[in-house]
Design a protein around this ligand. Structure first.
Ligand code: COA
Length: 167
């Protein structure tokens, strides 16, 4: 497991660095909900990126916790934990990593740290949702021994945070 990967709670300073990483190294659709208009990182999408994170994570009543993924001292992506409604005490995890940092073990290290954070926050299970064509995301999960549920193009996984030995 890589030891040079850290998660830092998002703040306004890190948000600027996160946008720079996204613009340089990721597609808008990989990092935030779709914004209408021509492809690419135009001014509207950059503003939408700020609005998205400020409303969800940096507001007075945040709906999720977002972390900048830092490798060495460079921001390379984002990870989030979003509590889910219902009796399971569950939280949904999401991750994106800049293209030039993918495939080098960062994703595995991030998921491991998200499990630790979610458990420390008192959640009982962690939910991950992805698509059947996202081999890297599925591999990160199966490498941790997590069972995947496939339904059409959808692939989901529940990680038990209470069971001994997980994470
Ligand atoms: C999905 C993602 C977070 C994975 O992070 P990563 O740092 O690339 O993953 P890792 O390097 O830790 O690789 C994990 C495993 O996936 C494998 N892998 C990586 N990229 C792969 C690819 N394109 N195809 C198949 N396997 C791949 C690695 O070999 C590794 O397997 P191993 O443990 O057997 O060695 C990252 O690729 C990403 O940000 N993708 C774009 C955004 C995205 O899809 N987010 C998830 C939305 S649900």
């Amino acid at each position: 497991m890589r030891s040079d990967v850290t998660l830092r709670r998002l703040d306004e300073g890190l948000l600027e660095d996160l946008l720079d990483a996204a613009v340089a190294d990721a597609d808008p659709l990989e990092v935030m909900p779709p914004v209408a208009g021509p492809d690419g990182w135009n001014g509207e999408r950059r503003a939408a990126f700020f609005r998205f994170h400020r409303s969800r994570s940096l507001s007075a009543e945040p709906v999720e916790s977002t972390y900048a993924i830092v490798v060495g001292d460079a921001v390379v992506g984002a990870a989030r934990l979003c509590p889910l409604e219902g009796p399971r005490h569950a939280v949904e995890a999401g991750v994106w990593i800049g293209r030039s940092h993918r495939g080098g073990g960062v994703g595995g290290a991030v998921l491991h740290q998200l499990l630790v954070l979610a458990r420390a926050d008192g959640f009982h299970s962690l939910f991950v949702s992805t698509t059947s064509d996202n081999a890297a995301n599925q591999r990160v999960l199966t490498a941790m021994g997590v069972d995947l549920v496939r339904e059409g193009d959808s692939v989901t996984a529940w990680v038990d945070l209470v069971a001994a030995g997980q994470g």
